[in-house]
Design a binder for this molecule. Structure first.
Ligand SMILES: *Cc1c(COP(=O)(O)O)cnc(C)c1O
Length: 333
């Protein structure tokens, strides 16, 4: 892969393990379920933003940045891992976080979980109301920093531009190598999808290897059509920058998204996600979170129960992290 031309730091523990979840498979009486442990990437407890930040922080250092600026929700895992990566590489970090009135009235929400860790990493946080445009607020902050002779590096929502997504092009390689040595053929890879970089990177990476693994993104926010367009656009940007000649029709046909498991809204635990978090904690000793990985697991459980997969199939659940937010959502349990 040509991603070698992009400077990269190595804040991430790689490869992350792939393990069977046999007690879960037995319980559901369905196909064999495996988990790819991207919750174990390191960088302030781990999660999928670490792989992206290896490339983004590399680029920031390349460009001589002295600080990074990014946006997210109040309990953004991306914000927490960005704050940790910035600390590790000696950059200051500015986080613009959006209030979510649907949940922020819970007693532990505002000073626990990810926000608590953001502050511990020394990030400068500003909280913006629900209706405010975070992106414009970020552009204003960048202007101010430049007028103070600072050199800010802007990281988009979720770290999802083509540079960050290179982390998941590489993850696809990693998964194929591990599948080989485990001697397993994964049929479906299922994961939570938000800003789209994880899914776009995985799809591009798998397509370049002609892999038949079907990637299913479980949307945690927008409808499936919007999400597919976003993933498609990002995948095309990645393949342009890597000078891959991906067939457009094949690319489009490789993008699968379900929006059936969002629940009430983004950032609000659903009945299914709370159940999934409890089930995995009790049966596998594995922690998920109620906003991303729990909703993706709720989708997997439901699709096994409704017999969407062959009994002989091997399913790979990509654990994208999020566990730090559990402490902010303790009331939901
Ligand atoms: C950000 C995030 C996702 C979604 O990844 P995207 O690349 O933004 O689509 C999934 N799970 C967790 C825990 C996350 O923090």
């Amino acid at each position: 892969m040509k991603s070698g031309v992009y400077r990269k730091v190595s804040a991430t523990y790689l490869p992350t393990p792939i393990e069977p979840l046999d007690r879960l498979s037995d319980y559901l009486g369905g196909p064999r379920i495996w988990v790819k442990r991207d919750d174990c990437t390191g960088l302030s407890t781990g999660g999928n933003k670490a792989r992206k930040l290896d490339f983004l922080i590399g680029d920031a250092l390349d460009k001589g940045a002295d600080c990074v600026v990014t946006i997210g929700s109040l309990q953004s895992n991306h914000a927490r891992q960005t704050a940790a990566a910035a600390a590790k590489y000696g950059l200051s970090c500015y986080l613009l976080l959006q209030d979510n009135p649907k949940v922020s009235n819970e007693p532990r929400f505002i000073d626990n979980g990810n926000i608590f860790l953001d502050k511990l990493h020394g990030a400068k946080i500003s909280i913006h109301s629900d209706g405010e445009c975070l992106h414009s607020a970020m552009l204003r902050l960048v202007d101010t920093l430049r007028s103070e002779q600072r050199n800010p590096y802007v990281i988009p929502l979720g770290g999802s531009n083509f540079i960050g997504s290179l982390g998941y092009v590489q993850a696809a390689n990693e998964i194929l190598t591990q599948a080989d040595s485990l001697d397993v053929e994964f049929d479906t890879l299922i994961h939570a999808t938000g800003s789209g970089g994880t899914q776009a990177g995985l799809i591009v990476g798998l397509l370049t290897h002609q892999s038949p693994i079907k990637v299913v993104g479980v949307s945690v926010d927008t409808d499936a059509t919007t999400k597919k367009e976003r993933v498609n656009q990002l995948a095309r940007e990645i393949s342009q920058h890597l000078s891959l000649n991906l067939n457009q029709t094949r690319l489009e046909n490789s993008i699968h998204v379900t929006d059936d498991y969002i629940g009430v809204a983004y950032g609000v635990p659903s009945t299914g996600s709370v159940h999934a978090v409890k089930l995995l904690a009790e049966r596998e000793g594995l922690l998920l979170d109620p906003i991303y990985s729990g909703k993706a697991m709720a989708a997997l459980i439901d699709q096994i129960k409704t017999r969407k997969f062959e009994k002989q199939a091997n399913l790979l659940f990509l654990h994208t992290g999020g566990v730090a937010s559990l402490f902010a959502y303790a009331n939901s349990f």
